[in-house]
Design a protein around this ligand. Structure first.
Ligand code: MG
Length: 258
């Protein structure tokens, strides 16, 4: 069963997501060559705790940090550390927050310095795929309408969607039912109903969709070494359109793409 959240519960999830969005906005502003991923992680943890939340990823299945930070061919689940971010990289940042027992989760990919045209097109396409997926997340549609909208947007640009990681329901836990594939599985999935809260998160590759996990046990990278991008919002399904919970005046739609 996919829970339908009350307005009171949605308010708590929104609060968690507003913290997430502010952290993402801050990290996007800080993205410049030479910064280390550990430095960004520390800023994120401090902001989350100062806002009264708790980092949702820290300790989740043993994950050792507050944010996941994944550069270029890294898709998701990269671990912050001492390495400096290079000019021309694209950097995916994923943030999760628990606030008052409810979870928020969002991600974006930002350019560090001057990035090439292919990376820029990948970021723009992934962001647009997320927007189209969210546009399909209204009551009366089926889950597959989200998946199809995402997939078609990416395939039209010649990119591939990652199949082994998916979006998810979210609320009282970080990952709840349903799973939200970024491709058409051939199964229409559940009917979308007002009050469902979903984290929609296309992960899109320039080259093949295949994934390899590095020896650290976490970092998922593209099998062909070509770049990948990741955008995510948490949304609540409403009657006529989804409401995006992980936007703030500081984190507006598409502002970080340059
Ligand atoms: Mg997520």
């Amino acid at each position: 069963m996919i829970p339908l959240r009350s307005e009171e519960e949605i308010a708590s999830i929104r609060q968690a997501d507003q913290i997430v969005a502010d952290v993402l906005a801050t990290l996007a502003e800080m993205m410049e060559p030479g910064r280390t991923t550990a430095e960004l992680d520390q800023v994120a943890e401090t902001m989350i705790r100062d806002a009264g939340g708790a980092p949702a990823f820290l300790g989740y299945r043993g994950f050792p940090a507050t944010i996941c930070i994944s550069i270029d061919d890294e898709i998701v689940h990269g671990i912050p550390g001492a390495r400096p971010i290079q000019d021309g990289s694209i950097v995916s940042v994923d943030v999760g927050v628990c606030w008052d027992g409810y979870f928020g989760d969002a991600a974006l990919t930002v350019p560090c310095g001057a990035v090439d045209a292919e990376r820029r097109r990948l970021m723009v396409t992934t962001d647009r795929a997320l927007a189209r997926g969210i546009a399909a997340a209204c009551a009366g549609n089926y889950l597959v309408d989200i998946s199809r909208a995402v997939e078609q947007t990416c395939v039209a640009e010649g990119f591939s969607v990652v199949r082994c990681f998916v979006g998810h329901g979210i609320g009282k836990r970080l990952h709840e039912e349903p799973q939200i594939p970024n491709f058409d599985t051939g199964n229409k999935g559940p009917l979308l109903r007002a009050g469902m809260v979903l984290a929609i998160e296309p992960m899109v590759n320039v080259g093949v969709p295949d994934v390899r996990v590095r020896d650290d046990g976490w970092t998922a990278v593209t099998a062909d070494g070509r770049p990948s991008a990741h955008f995510e919002h948490s949304v609540v399904v409403r009657e006529h359109a989804a409401e995006i919970l992980s936007l703030t005046p500081r984190r507006r739609w598409g502002q970080d793409l340059g």
